[in-house]
Design a protein around this ligand. Structure first.
Ligand SMILES: C[S@@+](CC[C@H](N)C(=O)[O-])C[C@H]1O[C@@H](n2cnc3c(N)ncnc32)[C@H](O)[C@@H]1O
Length: 243
């Protein structure tokens, strides 16, 4: 070989540095390190703990229809056949299965949760009901792993108040919406002491609006006729859509 040993070594070392830099830039480890620690509070609100999959039977309790009037909620959601819907924080799929029937074979349901056990329960329930238009997705605490620019409605029932990274989740949800898509938050009413739910698992309308507006959304519609919950529809703010 004609090269002198020291310059050869220098070149190898530079190549090694380039390789390490490339690895650090693309490695998932690096991405994971960038995730900020879970928040305990967000814009003046204390964040609730994630409901464990051990509590999943509560989500499909027979009294739920009477307590929350789920059919009325779905009526006001106004899902048309053929649309793309996401059941965010789907749990064991109480709403995913109903949404799958509403969107029909031409539509699709993305059912996202961060607990694989919830998705296992959902798969079993969907199989039993012979429903095959649900895509179960294992999201992360900061990223629901949805396709960009394609979802018409993201339904969040009793989940937003649990997000440990609300800003990141809202940004990812915003980016996954189709033009004119909406995010719908259904949260237990904090303003109403008669609603028999722990305070940390309730939210006021004022707080919901404050957090969503802070993250590029605007309230486009709301429905106040449910027994226990607010139902608030948010679209993307016009100036954000143009960016
Ligand atoms: C109280 S359960 C509600 C389940 C379902 N929406 C229902 O109404 O039957 C909240 C669910 O949200 C999920 N969750 C919490 N944080 C999440 C996140 N960042 N992304 C997706 N799911 C999340 C939890 O794992 C849990 O299954």
């Amino acid at each position: 070989m004609s090269c002198k040993f020291p310059s050869c070594l220098k070149r190898s070392f530079s190549l090694y540095l380039v390789w390490v830099a490339a690895l650090v830039t693309v490695s998932p480890l690096h991405t994971a390190e960038e995730l900020p620690p879970p928040r305990t509070h967000y814009l003046g609100r204390k964040i609730a703990q994630t409901m464990s999959y051990h509590g999943a039977p509560w989500l499909i309790r027979p009294e739920r229809q009477q307590e929350e009037n789920c059919t009325l909620m779905l009526k006001h959601l106004g899902i048309q056949s053929g649309v793309k819907v996401c059941d965010m924080g789907c749990g064991n799929g109480f709403y995913s299965l109903r949404l799958a029937k509403l969107v029909g074979q031409e539509g699709q349901v993305w059912a996202v949760d961060i607990q694989p056990e919830m998705l296992t329960l959902l798969r079993a329930r969907a199989a039993k009901a012979e429903i095959d238009n649900i895509h179960p997705v294992l999201g992360t605490v900061a990223d629901p792993q949805l396709p960009p620019g394609s979802i018409d409605v993201i339904l969040c029932v009793d989940v937003y108040h649990e997000f440990s990274h609300p800003g990141r989740m809202l940004r990812a949800m915003r980016e996954s919406l189709a033009p004119n898509g909406v995010v719908v938050l259904v949260e237990y009413r904090e303003e109403d002491p008669e609603v028999p739910i722990k305070p940390l698992h309730k939210m006021s309308k004022k707080q919901v609006s404050k957090e969503l507006e802070h993250n590029g959304f605007q309230l486009v519609r709301e429905y106040d006729g449910l027994p226990w919950q607010h139902m608030m529809f948010f679209g993307v703010k016009a100036d954000i859509e143009q960016r």
